[in-house]
Design a protein around this ligand. Sequence first.
Ligand SMILES: Cc1ncc(COP(=O)(O)O)c(C=O)c1O
Length: 414
Amino acid sequence: MFDVQAIRALFPSVNRNDAIFLDNPAGTQVSRFVIEGVSNYYLNANANSGGYFTTSQRTDELVLNSRQMMRDFLNAPNVDEIVFGPNMTTLNMGLSRAIAQTLQAGDEVILTRMDHDANVAPWLLIARDKGLIVRWIDLDPETGRLDLESYARVLNEKTKLVATVHASNALGTINPIQFIAEMAHQVGALHVVDAVQSAPHIPLDVQAIGCDFLLCSAYKFFGPHTGILWGRYDLLEELPAYKVRPAKNKSPYRWETGTPSFETIYGTAKAIDYFQWLGEHYGQAHRAPFTHMSERAQSIHAGVAVSCEYEQQLVGYLLEQLATLPAIRVFGITDPAEFADRVPTVIFAHDDYTSHQVAEHLAKSEIYVWSGNYYALEVMERLGYAAHGLVRVGLVHYNTYHEVDRLMEALRAL
Ligand SMILES: Cc1ncc(COP(=O)(O)O)c(C=O)c1O
């Protein structure tokens, strides 16, 4: 049985004080695995990469271990397809700049009205630089889902790239990502997936998704501040990466500009170790869909799957409770029959207060939520809340029913 109290005991910051962390889509707390891993790195391996001496060689071993863990987390075919960087946005800027060199004026790119700006602005910038045409997949404000008919309308033989989010950082909607990849490939376009908000909640499998690139960020899945780019090996080798001359011209190194953050890369492996632990302790019944993977990848994926099962129950409770407050309007999927298509991130408007006023009020009770647009500019525009944004409550598997009750009490007191 999934034991949330035992899980919380592994997260010192969650356990330490009275705070209620519902700001998870902006950044999660880390487990002891990560804290001890980063600390061990500094104690035993702190050096630059590529030297002849012990600490440098340990650094290289630990980074390789992190790439292997990340390969298993994403079920990637090849360890050299895992690129580490400062964060998702910086990695996507680098990727877009390299892809831009292969495109010509008049080529088309497709973006969505659901994406975080980190998977919009990089492509708008190269479109401006190269004279590309930008087309959009629309968002249906009523359902909180992408309008896939609009995708079919804009996709054509001039489309060279489709960039879509896997799970929205605002609405929480999970997109039919395999279908989007298949459609993109039918016209020979590349498909770039932003998996920043799916990584903490959905067992990821780049081979099953069928995309060409996928990006995520460890600090959203209980790890440190580090970004990860996965790309198909042939593309990572062929594309003209922007690099300094002495750096190795081989993937993944050609994409990792400057000295990487070794301590947080190692901490990322520890965040995945934690999922493995979860899978081994609570996820036996969740292994079946992953039996084609390595033993370790099975445990990791089962760990994500078991936490997701708990989160779906908890978000059901949160939505049920929010529905009892007439002043609150929730956007996105609220029907339990459709919960498989959402992560436990919920946005809402209050009739009498702006999102910032609500967040400030909750902060007084040590309840941490987000307000504003959280860089989901297109979503806010489409929902008609560009001015003040919406309140965002983001659950993860260390949150509890009691915390939801405390949130509701504070909302009722408004
Ligand atoms: C969906 C989504 N994509 C991209 C990003 C940007 O990630 P990073 O902060 O690693 O650049 C975020 C951050 O909130 C996000 O939620």
